[in-house]
Design a protein around this ligand. Sequence first.
Ligand code: AMP
Ligand code: FES
Ligand code: ZN
Length: 309
Amino acid sequence: MKCKRCSATATVQLRSHNTAFCKPCFVFFFQRGVERAIARERMFSRDERILVAVSGGKDSLALWDTLVALGYETEGLYLGLGIGAYSSASEQKTRTFAERRGLRLQVVALDEAEAGLGIPSVAAATRRPACSACGTFKRHHFDRAALAGGFAVLATGHNLDDEAARLLGNVLHWQLPYLAKQRPVLEPTHPRFVRKVRPLYRTSELESATYAFLRGIDYVVEECPNSAGATQLIYKDVMNRLENEMPGSKLAFVTDFLSHGLPLFAKAPEIADLGECARCGMPAAGDVCGYCRLVAEVGRRRAQAVAHS
Ligand code: AMP
Ligand code: FES
Ligand code: ZN
């Protein structure tokens, strides 16, 4: 098979795009795809500073690498979630990536920011699923770091597979408010929030893994230990089966939704106006934000446990 772009021998076949590339042309194709997605959705310009949330996985590191190659001004943000060997390995890979390229990286360790607030201990104290506590912590720290650093935009490495799985879940349960917000660019709903973007929303997991490999990016291959059995993985599996039988299904599902479906759902009622959290000052729907409520709950539960021991 020949490369679609230069006719050399192709090494990467992309059934979803009905095409194939040699190594350098695949790297070009990937970066150009991300650049087009940024332009198409008006995510950000070259004058804006971008905070890239990097987990040490293939998607966010491939994204950071691409944004740097495209000439954007970036800084990385790594959140140490305190999930044992998984977190130490991902922190080390992220630090090495940044050091080798001379990139600025902020590391926020949950356990250090507020003692005892690593994800496993929060989940154990509150008896919540780890992923739900983790989502609250990530959102809070991403927002806080973006605001503190004066960034215009926060970029995450969510890819096409993530978006297709999320869309499937939202459609299965007709989650109207979530469908209204399922888009690759979220404008801030409060002056203390920044724009949130997902430049890889058209890029499949297979493509970002291939890109990371071809660019020599050393990333964490293991998934978070808490993700095993997660519903999201079932949706991903369903979408992969569809993709296998009908290449291009994932991309069509997500992009056709954005052009034809989203405008219909976008009228769904918005959630109440946001004020500011009495504890941390970040936007909140009530007096106290979800993050501070969770932190307070951890404190309460621990105090109860001590009292009963
Ligand atoms: P996930 O929620 O694990 O699927 O990750 C989605 C995106 O969130 C990743 O592509 C990263 O951009 C970001 N992210 C996840 N975990 C972290 C972390 N520990 N530190 C910084 N960013 C993260
Ligand atoms: Fe948050 Fe797994 S990454 S619980
Ligand atoms: Zn708060």
